[in-house]
Design a protein around this ligand. Sequence first.
Ligand code: HAM
Length: 428
Amino acid sequence: MSGQTLQAPRGTADLLGDRAKALAEVRELCAQILGQAGYEPIETPAFEATELFARGVGEATDIVQKEMYTFTDGSGRSLTLRPEGTAAVCRAYIEHGMHRRPAPVRLWYFGPFFRYERAQAGRYRQFWQVGVEAFGSPDPALDAELIVLLVRIARALGVERTELRLSSLGKPESRDRYRQALQAFLRSREDELAAEVRARIDQNPLRAFDSKDPGTQAVMAEAPLLLDFLDEEDLAHLEAVRELLGEAGIDHRLDPRLVRGLDYYTQTVFELVCPDLGAQSGVGGGGRYDRLVAQLGGPPTPAGGFAAGIERLLLAAGRFDGRFLDPAPDLYLLYTTTPASRDQRRRAFGILASLWEAGLAAQLEVTGRSLRRGLAQAAKVGARLAVLVGEEDRVALKDLGSGEQWTVPADRLVAVAKERLGGNGHPA
Ligand code: HAM
């Protein structure tokens, strides 16, 4: 039906103006912080074979069971919009033989992710993440490096009040022993648990720690803790990570009940929480996943990573609208008479292209404003100079601050404008 207005799907948002600029700014900032630490950018597709997430993230997770946007394409393949980045980056690591590169291989990405979740403040169906994955090192310094980078990104954005929660899930063998103990405990208290928790005692008993049900929470306060099942090696690893965080001046809290919603973790897990955000307080999280690469068909490769939600970081920084890339042009081009003649437009356009080429930020009047209104618009967008294009080959250059005006031959304009802007033109 033509003419009917349409809206963006629930849980998604158009990012306009300051919000779109904020996204670009955060990406730039992440590039700086992560580049400085030796991370290289990687971009993987927005969709992958469904099997990748089923095998990578884990069949029993909420993400795979209820949150994936899965569809069948024209040739009958099952594809899924990526709900997270780790499985995809591991797939790329294996597919491109990156294990043959000197270790460690440090990668980062920034992009949209998709989860069919109940949409609310801070929780969306399309959201943005910055993610980091590092392959080829079992050193606790790698875990600490990841945590420091997550905290650095949050701080650089102005997120002040955060709490870092840290724990260890141990090796899969320790976890299996723990799982059995936890299952036995849950069964012994079955009638006090929420139906949803009861139904998952076999498949995913750990999720019981996440339950919001008061009865379940009371039971879980007495549940055995994974930390008590770790072996010496796991405990030494955790201690080493804690010591290094102390060295970097990063406070943390050991949280033995920390549960991550993804199955691939081994040993270190962490979450950066901003209590000011209320229900959706996790701004970032990650951990080590030493078995995942092998599980996806690659060689055994110790690895770790994290991801942070961009919207949540910006909300926590209290500046979804705030300090942004400077959009003000150096120059604003307009016509001395309107409507502009074909010749005027041709020359103005040539000047515009040469200003851009020279690295100056410039905008051309394209809505037919009169000279007076055009000058008002130039001031409004924050231009420093106006270029008045008339019928001759010379143009007038007007300083919008002082009101001074000169006549300049068109072919000298770039040089004169640069001089006038004092070499401080905005980067193009
Ligand atoms: P995650 O904890 O599922 O981890 O997501 C990381 C962050 O993404 C969360 O802390 C949150 O800020 C943001 N986020 C998640 N879901 C939503 C949503 N529906 N709306 C808004 N923000 C959201 C991962 O995704 C792992 N891949 C992290 C990782 C990388 N672990 C190892 N390497």
